[in-house]
Design a protein around this ligand. Structure first.
Ligand code: FMN
Length: 356
């Protein structure tokens, strides 16, 4: 048995393997209502057929103004929940688990979908954009500046994460992931580069991480004790004056003590910087957090089965998340099983004639 294909249990959820689909925005809610459609069903369903253990949805906004683009998916109303439950049922039918990434884009909301031919930057109100809110009135370079959130705004966001989490579990999701990475709202509170508040939500690490802890506590109350809660962090901004690994380790330890089941360790996104990307470039960040006895997932240019297996056997992460390689290879886990010489994953009977 390989590490990659051994099941993992978080609270009452057992996932069939440690190859998880990373959250990926599809910018495909054409009606701009946050309701997932056929694209989402086929996209996520194909990867469940392909053998992924757990499928994470794209960033689903907890409030309409928390969408990255007008075409983002959401989880702020019952129509969205009903549409998501169709995806959930299909994924479950393929033997995979499914989690929803819950997000608020903060100062990086209301931007154009990054498709060829689209302009870059903020969508103006005349084209369906909206004014953004963030930790402090500091713009992400090239975007419109946000308005600083009031305490009431903050309370609304905390409640919205909890409502969305409750809806997700009601729709059949097995877990939720709180998106606190990539410069979106919760990450922008964590970073001194985007959070210059002087109230209890800014200043030292306790202040800058207060919102994340409040969101986590509210989500935990909403989902109950049996459902795992995951948090995605950017554990480095690749700038010494940003939210860096030492603080990320401290926040992860506190989250773990508060009951978070796994930290999904990413990096970057709060400032445009040059990141030294290469195979597995974020693995050391995961290893540093896991060294503190916090279960972790690692992501970022992991493309080969041997590479993924070695990361697990050397104790640098508990699960592997794949994004871009899964776009070109929806059945990557089936290839991995073949290359690692283990019994192939559960092929759908319709596909067994194409087995490796
Ligand atoms: C098309 C696309 C959309 C993405 N959308 C999200 C998202 O919604 N939430 C998120 O946390 N990360 C998102 N990411 C980042 C991925 O989850 C992942 O962390 C990153 O692509 C690095 O992994 P990779 O090298 O396997 O692609 C996205 C990446 C891609 C390629």
């Amino acid at each position: 048995m390989t590490h990659l294909f051994s099941p993992i249990t978080l609270r009452e959820l057992t996932v069939r393997n440690r190859i998880w689909l990373a959250p990926m925005c599809q910018y495909s809610c054409e009606n701009r209502d946050g309701v997932p459609g056929d694209w989402h069903l086929v996209h996520l369903g194909a990867r469940a057929q392909g053998g992924f253990g757990l499928i994470l949805t794209e960033a689903a906004a907890v409030l309409p103004e928390g969408r990255i683009s007008p075409q983002d998916a959401g989880m702020w109303n019952d129509d969205q929940a009903a549409a998501w439950s169709r995806v959930v049922d299909f994924v479950h039918g393929q033997g995979a688990a499914i989690g929803m990434q819950l997000a608020h884009a903060g100062r990086k909301a209301s931007t154009y979908a990054p498709f060829a031919g689209n302009p870059r930057g903020s969508v103006p109100p005349a084209e369906g954009g909206w004014p953004t809110r963030g930790a402090s009135p500091i713009a992400y370079p090239g975007y419109e500046p946000p308005e600083e959130m009031t305490k009431d705004d903050i309370a609304e966001v905390v409640a919205a994460f909890a409502h969305a989490a409750r809806r997700a579990i009601g729709a059949g999701f097995d877990t939720v992931e709180i998106h606190a990475a990539h410069g979106y709202l919760l990450h922008s509170f964590l970073s001194p580069l985007s959070n210059t508040r002087t109230d209890e939500y800014g200043g030292d690490l306790a202040g800058r991480s207060r919102l994340l802890h409040e969101v986590h506590a509210a989500v935990r109350r909403a989902v109950g004790e049996t459902v795992p809660v995951i948090v995605r962090l950017s554990a480095s901004e690749w700038r010494q004056d940003g939210f860096e690994i030492a603080e990320a380790v401290e926040v992860s330890r506190a989250l773990r003590e508060a009951g978070v089941d796994l930290v999904d360790v990413s990096s970057g996104g709060n400032m445009p910087v040059s990141i030294p990307v290469g195979p597995g470039y974020q693995v050391p960040l995961s290893a540093a957090i896991r060294a503190e006895e916090v279960p972790t997932g690692t992501v970022g240019l992991i493309t080969e089965p041997d590479q993924a297996e070695t990361i697990l056997t050397t104790g640098q992460a508990d699960v592997i998340l794949l994004a871009r390689v899964a776009l070109r290879e929806p059945a990557w886990p089936q290839r991995a099983a073949h290359e690692l010489g283990v019994e192939p994953g559960p092929y759908p009977p319709q596909y067994t004639r194409g087995a490796w």
